[in-house]
Write a new protein. Structure first.
Length: 118
């Protein structure tokens, strides 16, 4: 990893550790580099992916508690959303919840396996 880019390095390590889909990882990286909220059209340009793919991956990241979504009104008087990363602490908390859910699912499968094997 490159030195002098701790936010970008963290975003890369975070995305890899959580096994985020490629586009979701690119979105996290783009938001880390931008250091500000970005609208969908700007994210599409930065990650060079289709709008549909970006929107699907934004939904994944929101559901996992990784992104913050803010509403704003466009110049055409339409509602739109801007996305940003939370603080490092909130991202670590989101990762902790994600890992805890995964571990709970693994333990449930192990319990069922033990019950059927007995």
């Amino acid at each position: 990893m490159a030195r002098g880019k701790p936010r970008t390095d963290f975003a890369y390590a975070f995305s890899k550790a959580l096994g985020l889909p490629r586009t979701a990882a690119l979105i996290v990286g783009a938001l880390a580099r931008a250091r500000r909220s970005l609208a969908v059209d700007e994210l599409v340009r930065r990650v060079r992916s289709s709008e549909r793919s970006v929107r699907e991956n934004l939904r994944i990241l929101l559901r996992r508690g990784i992104l913050i979504r803010k509403v704003f009104v466009t110049t055409n008087k339409k509602l739109a959303y801007a996305y940003s990363l939370g603080s490092i602490e909130s991202l670590v908390a989101a990762a902790r919840r994600d890992v805890t859910r995964t571990l709970a699912r693994i333990e449930a499968v192990a319990r069922r396996f033990r019950e059927t094997a007995a």
